[in-house]
Write a protein that binds this ligand. Structure first.
Ligand code: ZN
Length: 293
């Protein structure tokens, strides 16, 4: 049993750094023990939670980009050609993305919430699969891909409605197939996007943008503050399937540990917070959480 536990979990002693608490956190030998010992958990999830649902992630085990970086907010807003390329790829990618269903990692976390053990589930994913699995106490840190926002009048529109419009405007593109890329994107490179017609707001003619936080864009302040208030109420933090390479997620681990709350992570490969963790489980999320089901 002891050997099996050692195999299941590889823990690290917290290293001394600017964010280490004054009193060293006692390491935990298993994820079961970590979850048992803390009544209210603050959960942060990332792409690794959804890969089993068929949604590719951006980064490799070292936290480096696997592919070209996703579109930047500044490029999307300033450059009509960038918007044509984005929406052409999204027209193809959305069809598969919207079909994704929750996997056992989402189900295990929904079960944990139903036992009253989750203070908040903060997700960096934009796929709404936690909600589809039954989680209620969820904040979508980086927004949601099933909504589109008009940057002119602020109106929000269902992505499916925009998909219909895109199809009407660009019927010739509908037959294209492409490899799936993260966040409802598809690899269509090499195509000539100059003839692609991006959607615009029917009410004001404004630029339409998916209601997600793009790279280079700031997470709305109110959303961060609300999540931080929940973190203050939690006993510990559990990171599920994120390398925390993006600061918007990493700062929650910094805040937890500097407040003396132990943090654990399930992730294949390194995380930016490895030096802060009381427990690290290098396993696929659905496998590591299977004991909850
Ligand atoms: Zn508008």
């Amino acid at each position: 049993m002891r050997r099996r536990r050692a195999l299941l979990a590889r823990f690290q002693r917290p290293r001394r750094n600017a964010y280490a608490p004054a009193v060293l956190v006692t390491p935990f030998s298993t994820l079961e023990e970590f979850i048992e010992r803390h009544r209210k958990l603050f959960i942060l999830t990332g792409a690794g939670c959804s890969t089993r649902s068929g949604i590719p992630d951006y980064r490799d085990a070292d936290g480096a980009w696997k592919r070209a970086q996703p579109i930047r907010y500044q490029d999307f807003m300033a450059d009509a050609a960038a918007r044509r390329r984005y929406w052409a790829r999204s027209l193809i990618g959305w069809r598969r993305f919207r079909e994704a269903r929750p996997n056992d990692a989402h189900r295990a976390l929904a079960r944990l919430e139903s036992k009253g053990r989750i203070e908040l589930l903060l997700t960096q994913n934009v796929d709404r699969l936690h909600q589809a699995a039954g989680s209620v106490r969820v904040v979508d840190l980086h927004g949601r891909l099933d909504l589109v926002r008009c940057m002119g009048c602020g109106r929000r529109i269902a992505r499916d409605e925009v998909q219909d419009e895109l199809g009407r405007l660009n019927a010739g593109w509908l037959g294209l197939a492409a490899a799936d890329a993260p966040d409802g994107d598809a690899d269509l490179d090499g195509a000539d996007f100059s003839s692609f017609e991006p959607p615009s707001c029917r009410r004001c003619g404004g630029v339409l943008k998916p209601d997600v936080v793009f790279f280079g864009e700031t997470v709305p302040r109110g959303r961060v503050d609300a999540a931080m208030r929940h973190l203050a109420q939690a006993d510990a933090m559990l990171i599920v399937g994120s390398s925390l390479m993006v600061y918007s997620g990493y700062r929650f681990a910094q805040t937890a540990v500097s407040a003396g709350k132990p943090a654990a992570a399930i992730n294949l490969g390194r995380t930016r917070a490895d030096g802060l963790l009381a427990l690290k489980v290098e396993q696929a999320c659905e496998g590591a959480l299977a004991f909850l089901l």
